[in-house]
Structures are given as C-alpha cells and as structure tokens.
Design a binder for this molecule. Sequence first.
Ligand code: GEK
Length: 250
Amino acid sequence: MQKDAIYAEPLAQVQDFCFDATVAEVFPDMIQRSVPGYQTIVQTIGKLTARYQQPNSNYYDLGCSLGAASLAMRRQLVDEQSKIIAVDNSPAMVERCKMHLQAFRSAVPLDVRLADIREVSIENAAVVVSNFTLQFLPKQDRDALVSKIYRGLKPGGIFILSEKIVVDEPHTHELLIDLHHDFKRANGYSELEISQKRTALENVMRPDTIVEHRQRFADAGFELSTLWFQCFNFCSMVAIKQPEPVHAAI
Ligand code: GEK
C-alpha cells in the first residue's frame, strides 16, 4: 500500500483538495489513517447488505473511489440477477477501481461508471451506499439526491450514509475535532500534514449535523432511520424504506 505523504512538505499555497491521480494512488492508506472506524464501517456495509438483500435488485455505491463498499456488498450477494452499480466522477478513481475489482471474481455483475451521482438514475434498489460522499456535494443539492435515493429504493430497501459531521455546540465540536486530530497523529500524520489537509478540505467538504441528516431522511420519506456508528466526528447511519404491508387474504 503506497503511503500518503501528499501534505508532508510545506506548500507555498494549499490548493483545494481534489480526487486526482496523486490522491487515487495513496487512497487506501489515506482513508484508513484519516477516518476512524473505516474498516468497521465497510465490513458493516457487507453485513447490512446480507441482511437487506432482495432478489433481482440493484445495489448502488455512490462515490465508490476504489470500490471498497462495492466489494463488501459483492462478497455477500449470490443472486446473479442482481447488479452492483459503482459511481464516481473522478476519472483517476474509476480507472483504478476497475483494475482493482477485476482481481476479485464473482457471479454478481458490477458496473463501474464515471458519472456524477446527481446525474445517475437510481431504480429497483435494495441497498444504496454513500460512504463519505454526500459531504462533498454542494449543500443545496443534498435534499434532491436523498429524495432520489428514497424513490429508487424498493420497499424494505435501505440507504447507508457515512459522513464526517459537525456539532452545533462549539465546546463539544472542538473536542471531537481534537480527538480526530489525535487519531491522525497516532497514525503518523505530522502537525503540518494535519493543518495543510484541513485547509485543502475547507472549501470542498461541508459536513452537516446528525440532526440535519435525520431531518433530510424524514423529509425524503424514510419511515425509519438510526445512527449505528459514531467515532469522534465521523458517523454512519441507516435509513429504511418501510416494507409494503402484507394484506391477509380474506
Ligand atoms: C470508500 N466510498 O472507500 N459524483 C460522483 N462522485 C463524487 C462526487 C459526485 N458529485 N463528489 C465526490 N465524489 C469510498 C470513499 S471518498 C471519501 C469515498 C473521502 C467522489 C470522489 O471522487 C471520491 O472518490 C469519493 O466521492 C469520496 O468507501 O475521500 O473522504
């Protein structure tokens, strides 16, 4: 695994973060050392997929990067009539994702698409995953995406949303940020790397609060939602589209 040293040297001007070839090259190392619980979240995406799978269905991985969530889903699926659709708008990520996934054989088809998640149609879905992607969309585009996901899910289908979050109250907000920075230090990032990365992400990633996420789920129509994971200012939630009621035969 190639080590992430993108912000190791002082930069005259820190540019906005983007998912180019340099980032794609070191991505597995970067995400594991930066996102607390990443491994647990990816494994649980597999577990939730196993539990909520339905025959003849689509499984979406929105902002797939190198396809970790797609792979976690595919390991659990046996239905050859089902399909995984992995979407990312970074050509460098999509190119590497395709190469990476070729190494794993499976009877379940997997379609990796270079596209904006705001443009893809979502239909006949049992599971939709956005693993740390919604936070990169402009805030005004988030409601429409979550509504589209709700409409594209089958009854009984789920939306798994993992995000970096903010807290409304300043003291606890700073506390979570400090704990996250301690986590990065413990994983070998220097003060310089932490502060330059923070600057690079400032204009690009705009996290919401958990309350905003849950309100957005409800507004989109999701009958149920819960936070199932939180470590510092990182979390994962699941929103469930209610199954259709079973009508007893008279
Ligand atoms: C994982 N899910 O390893 N359309 C499509 N892709 C987008 C868009 C968009 N509008 N905006 C951002 N992306 C992965 C990790 S990384 C999270 C996801 C992170 C893509 C972007 O190109 C990148 O690959 C991904 O979303 C976010 O489980 O790096 O913090």
